[in-house]
Structures are given as C-alpha cells and as structure tokens.
Design a protein around this ligand. Structure first.
Ligand code: MN
Length: 279
C-alpha cells in the first residue's frame, strides 16, 4: 500500500525513492514539493534547526513497519497552535492548526502546511530554547496511528486527503482539503481540517476536545505545567503508580503477566493464538 512499507530492505527503499524522484519535474521555486520528490528529504527541516542547541531530533528518513503514526503536538510558540503530523514515506507530513482539531464536521479548522518533520519528532515533548526556530513549549497532545482512504500521495498532490485516525483523543474519519491559492505562495499552504461523519462526531462544546482534554498523552502535563517545570503526572504512566507492588510471595504463581492489548485487524487471523473482541 505504502511505498515505504512495501520496501523490504534499505536498498529497496533507496531504489523506490530514486524511481519516484526521477518522475518529478517541478520548478525550483516550488518549495512545497513533497518528500518523495525532493533530492534530500528533510533538508528544510534540518536547515531550520541548530541541533546542538535545541533538543529536537535531527532529521533523517526513517522506515517504519506496519501502521503509520499520527501525532498532534500542542506548541506554545509565538502563537499557540497544534502541529498535526501524519507519517508517510519515512517522514511526518505536517500542518500547523491554530485552533486545533474539532470533533464537529461543522468546524473547519485552518491547517497551514509546514515542513516535513522527522518521524522521531512524534516523541518530542519539551521546550525549544529562546532564539531558536519555533521556540516555546511542546507537549504531545495526541498520538496513535492513521490509515489513508485512497492513495495518500494522490490526495496530497490533489489537495484532498481523507483518512481514519486511531488516536487516544481523536478517532475516526477526518479530511484535509487544500484551499485554492489566491495571493501567492502563502495561500498555497493553506488547508482545512474537517471531521468526517461517523460515530465519533460530537457537536457544540463536546466537540471542542482541545478544551476538554488539554494535557499531554505522555506525561499528563498541560503546556502551562510544562513551562512551570511541573514533573510528569503519576497517573499518566502506570509504572509511576503510587499503589505498592505486591511482594513476590503474594504475586500469582503464574505471573507476572504482560497486558494483552487488542489489535485492530480487518480480517480474522487464521494462524496463532487469537481471541476475538468486537469493536
Ligand atoms: Mn509548531
């Protein structure tokens, strides 16, 4: 389905990129050309940052297997915004959304496309130092996986990308629709993020999930708490629980157990040890 996912090893991956690159005939001033069309993916991302100073990860193309990641980072920069990122072909394709996502299809949120980010960026939570690009606090507001509806490369090029998100806060169908360019380069980067119709729709105040659930899905902290140096909240991580662990003698003779989380699949597996949980 995805070029990167289909690649079995590093050499295949390189080969695929070369093939795709050779089909690109864009103009040099087209700064929003896609990663698979760039000579050096993440060049812009790297050029904009000083890695000795900021703790953000250095950009490199990364292959991942299986489902592709989705993340939203709340970023208190010059203006507060939500960075919406979808992993595709080894990078995180990114948009900055001033108001953040809504669960209501009636709310169309401006999403300004920004430079592709390195996949490792999905774990970045912290403070970008003053004087650096994007200086300010960043929390991981939501994360999970996404799946495109249709060909995502086509969607990006044509300006209509439809997909399903499986996050901790956002679920279900969303779409990004590019606005027609009206006044030069800036307008070319403007998209709208909209919730698609499904059972995850919520209208009115219920739909304003950025207000209802402001904290980090990694540490439980809000942007304000991160800024003031509040440590990660204990509830956010099971390993930080205050409940004392039972002594070895009280533990089950069969334990310790690993939690067996359900995995969403399209078809019933025919091999292995599976139990079925309807979702
Ligand atoms: Mn940002």
């Amino acid at each position: 389905m995805r070029i990167a996912a289909a690649a079995g090893d590093a050499s295949t991956f390189g080969q695929v990129n070369t093939e795709v690159r050779s089909t690109f005939h864009g103009s040099p001033e087209d700064e929003m050309k896609r990663t698979w069309e760039e000579e050096k993916p993440l060049e812009r991302y790297n050029a904009m940052r000083r890695f000795g100073t900021t703790e953000e990860p250095r950009g490199e193309l990364q292959r991942t297997q299986g489902k592709t990641s989705y993340v939203i980072q709340k970023h208190s920069a010059t203006a507060l915004h939500y960075d919406f990122r979808l992993e595709l072909d080894g990078v995180l394709v990114s948009w900055a959304i001033p108001k953040g996502p809504s669960l209501s299809p009636k709310q169309r949120r401006l999403a300004v496309q920004t430079e592709d980010h390195t996949v490792d960026y999905r774990d970045f939570e912290g403070t970008i130092p003053e004087g650096e690009y994007g200086s300010g606090a960043v929390i991981v507001w939501d994360r999970g996986t996404w799946e495109p509806i249709g060909d995502p490369r086509d969607g990006l090029n044509k300006g209509k990308l439809e997909f399903v998100v499986q996050g901790e806060k956002l679920q279900g169908k969303f779409r990004l629709v590019k606005l027609a360019a009206k006044d030069g380069d800036r307008a070319k980067k403007n998209w709208l993020l909209m919730k698609g119709s499904d059972r995850y729709v919520r209208n009115g105040e219920d739909g304003e999930i950025v207000k209802r659930l402001p904290g980090s899905v990694i540490t439980g902290r809000t942007i304000e708490e991160l800024k003031s140096g509040t440590p990660a909240k204990v509830f956010a991580r099971k390993k930080a629980t205050t409940t004392p662990r039972p002594s070895a003698s009280k533990r089950s003779a069969l334990g310790p157990f690993e939690v067996n989380l359900a995995t969403l699949v399209e078809e019933v597996p025919t091999q292995g040890d599976w139990v079925n949980e309807l979702k």
